[in-house]
Design a binder for this molecule. Structure first.
Ligand SMILES: [Zn+2]
Length: 149
């Protein structure tokens, strides 16, 4: 249940750091990685595949630093991390992927039949984060919905 979510990037580990690192420590790690992956700093003979990978990495590192170097977004992210840890200890009855759900264009939401005959309903916006925990509209079961991409 506590396995890491692919769509929940750990910004600390992107920088090779941890939540205990000081801003200065994180900055040093960031600067080292940026030099390594910056598009302008790549070797001429880098294969397109590697170049693409490095660019992705650069974007990720840059994003991680943007979040963690700003006091407000860092605090927000730290809160999210804590909430995520809490959530992982909650019981979830099943995990389903978005592809298993039926799209209802009238209500702009996804639905999934519960075994009690009720339904799990989740709005499109709720899934923008990439995942959501939804309770059945009839019984007390809950499912975690995840995007498989
Ligand atoms: Zn139910």
């Amino acid at each position: 249940m506590a396995k890491p979510e692919a769509n929940q990037i750990d910004w600390y580990s992107v920088l090779g750091g941890s939540p205990e690192d000081t801003l200065q420590e994180l900055k040093q790690k960031y600067q080292k990685l940026v030099l390594l992956y910056h598009p302008d700093k790549q070797a001429q003979d880098l294969s397109p595949g590697d170049a693409h990978q490095h660019l992705q990495k650069f974007i990720e590192v840059d994003q991680a630093w943007k979040i963690l170097s700003n006091e407000e977004t860092k605090r927000e992210y730290d809160l999210q991390l804590r909430a995520r840890e809490l959530k992982q200890s909650w019981p979830v009855d099943a995990q389903i992927s978005l592809e298993d759900m039926d799209w209802d264009s009238d209500t702009q939401s996804y639905t999934y039949g519960c075994r009690c005959g009720g339904e799990f309903i989740v709005g499109k916006e709720e899934l923008e984060e990439g995942e959501a925990i939804v309770c059945c509209d009839t019984c007390s079961l809950s499912v975690e919905i995840r995007r498989t991409t």
